[in-house]
Design a binder for this molecule. Structure first.
Ligand code: NAD
Ligand code: ZN
Length: 364
C-alpha cells in the first residue's frame, strides 16, 4: 500500500492521506476499525456498486465487530440532486446517525460528490471517507474536497469544500469498470500529463498500449502520479481562487460540448476534445508549437478517445454554451492554455476568431 499525504493548512481542513493498493479491502476495513473510531459506520453507495462491492464490504466491517450499515441510491448522474440528499439524510436520522458516526462513500464521482455534500451539512458536518471505485473518482473527484449536487439550471451548482478523513484507492475495483467509464478516467490522466511535468507526459506516451490493456503495474504508477499531481495543486489552492483552475485544462470547451450534446457525450470524451481545442488555441495564440499540439492529439487518439467533434454539433451552440459557463468573470471566461507541454497558464479570455477557427478545424 502506497501512502500519499495531503497537507492542507486552511482553518477547516486537516492533513489526510490517500492510500493506494490492489485488492486490499480487508486491510481497509482494519484501518477503518483501528484509526477511525465511530459509533456507526454508514456505507453510502449506488445501486450498481452496492451489488458489486457494497454488500461484501459491509460484511467485512461487520466481521470486525463494527456497527455498520449500507444506504444505496439509484446509480447515475440523475441522482446527484437535492432529492437524493434529503432522502439520504432522513435515512441517516432514522438510523440514529450523529456527529460521532462516519460515512463511507463507496463508488464513483457521483457517490463521492453526494456523500461528501451530505457529510458537510448533516448536523453541521460529520466525518467521511472516500473509497473511489471508478478511475475518474480515483484520480480526480475523490481528491480535493469539492462536493456538489446538480440543480435543474446546471451541474454542481450547490456544493461545499469539505475534505474526507482519508481516501482508500483499491485498483481491484477497476476490473469491473466498462470501457467507456475507464476512458473517462483516462482523459483526466491525460490532463495531468499535459499540465504537469513533461516526464509524466512522456511516460503516458510510452505506455499507451499498457494503459489500453489496463496493465496493473502501469496503472499503479499512473494513478499514483495523477493523485500526486492533483493533491499538489489542491495543496496550493484548496478553494480554487487561482492556481487550482489549471485543472480546468480542456474543461471549458469540454463542458460546452457536453452541454450541447445534452450530456449524451461522455465527460471524458468531451474533455479529450476540449484539450485538443485548448491546445489548438494555444498554437493560434502563438504559444504552443504545432509539434507539441500534435503529440497531445496523437496520444488522445491512440488511447481510444475522440479527436474530432461530431458533425451533429452546431458550432454556434458550443459558442453560446461558452458564454453561459459558470466560471465566467464578467464578460471574460478564464481559459487554460499551454506554453509547452507541462507549462499551462490561465488567461482571461481568448479571441473568438481563434475559437471559431479551432472548432471548425476539429469538425469530423
Ligand atoms: N468533486 C470533484 O472534484 C469532481 C471532479 C471530477 C468529477 N466530479 C463528478 O464526478 C461525477 C462523475 O464520476 P464518475 O465518472 O465516477 O461517475 P459515476 O459515479 O456515475 O460512475 C459511473 C458508472 O460506473 C458505475 N461504477 C462505479 N464503480 C464501478 C466499478 N468499480 N465497476 C463497475 N461499475 C462501476 C456507477 O454505478 C456508474 O454507473 C460527476 O458528477 C462529476 O461532476 C467531481
Ligand atoms: Zn473532468
Amino acid at each position: 500500500m502506497k501512502r500519499i499525504k495531503v497537507h492542507l493548512d486552511k482553518r477547516l481542513s486537516e492533513t489526510h492521506e490517500i492510500c493506494i493498493g490492489y485488492d486490499f479491502q480487508d486491510r481497509i476495513g482494519l484501518l477503518i476499525a483501528k484509526e477511525h473510531p465511530a459509533n456507526r459506520y454508514v456505507i453510502v453507495t449506488d445501486s450498481n456498486v452496492s451489488g458489486l462491492y457494497g454488500k461484501t464490504f459491509l460484511e467485512k466491517l461487520r466481521e470486525l465487530g463494527l456497527p455498520a450499515e449500507l444506504l444505496e441510491f439509484p446509480a447515475g448522474e440523475g441522482s446527484k440532486t437535492m432529492d437524493t440528499v434529503l432522502a439520504l439524510t432522513s435515512r441517516l436520522l432514522e438510523r440514529g446517525v450523529d456527529r460521532h458516526s462516519l460515512l463511507l462513500a463507496l463508488g464513483g464521482g457521483v457517490v463521492g460528490d453526494l456523500t461528501g455534500f451530505v457529510a458537510s451539512i448533516y448536523m453541521r458536518s460529520v466525518p467521511f471517507i472516500q473509497i473511489p471505485t471508478t478511475l475518474m473518482a480515483q484520480v480526480d473527484s475523490s481528491i480535493g474536497g469539492k462536493t456538489a449536487v446538480n440543480l435543474p439550471q446546471g451541474k454542481n451548482l450547490l456544493g461545499t469544500f469539505y475534505q474526507p478523513k482519508r481516501i482508500f484507492t483499491d485498483l481491484k475495483f477497476l476490473e469491473t469498470l466498462s470501457d467507456d467509464e475507464y476512458l473517462n478516467g483516462v482523459a483526466e490522466i491525460v490532463k495531468y500529463g499535459v499540465i504537469d511535468e513533461p516526464g509524466f507526459f512522456e511516460l503516458l506516451e510510452r505506455e499507451v498500449p499498457a494503459i489500453r490493456e489496463r496493465n496493473l503495474e502501469v496503472l499503479k504508477k499512473v494513478i499514483e502520479q495523477s493523485c500526486r499531481i492533483k493533491k499538489g495543486v489542491v495543496e496550493i489552492d484548496e478553494q480554487e481562487s487561482g492556481f487550482r483552475r489549471i485543472l480546468n485544462y480542456g474543461h471549458t470547451i469540454g463542458h460546452a460540448l457536453e452541454a450541447s450534446s445534452n450530456f449524451t457525450l461522455a465527460h471524458g470524451k468531451a474533455v479529450a476534445l476540449g484539450m485538443i481545442a485548448a491546445s489548438g488555441i494555444s498554437v493560434q495564440s502563438g504559444y504552443l508549437s504545432l509539434e507539441e499540439r500534435d503529440r497531445i492529439e496523437n496520444m488522445i487518439r491512440d488511447l481510444g478517445l475522440p479527436v474530432r467533434i461530431p458533425e451533429s454539433f452546431p458550432q454556434s451552440n458550443v459558442l453560446e454554451r461558452l458564454q453561459m459557463d459558470k466560471k465566467k468573470e464578467g464578460s471574460e471566461l478564464p481559459f487554460v492554455l499551454l506554453k509547452k507541454i507541462g507549462i499551462p497558464f490561465i488567461t482571461k479570455g481568448v479571441e473568438k476568431s481563434h475559437l471559431e477557427k479551432v472548432l471548425e478545424e476539429m469538425k469530423a
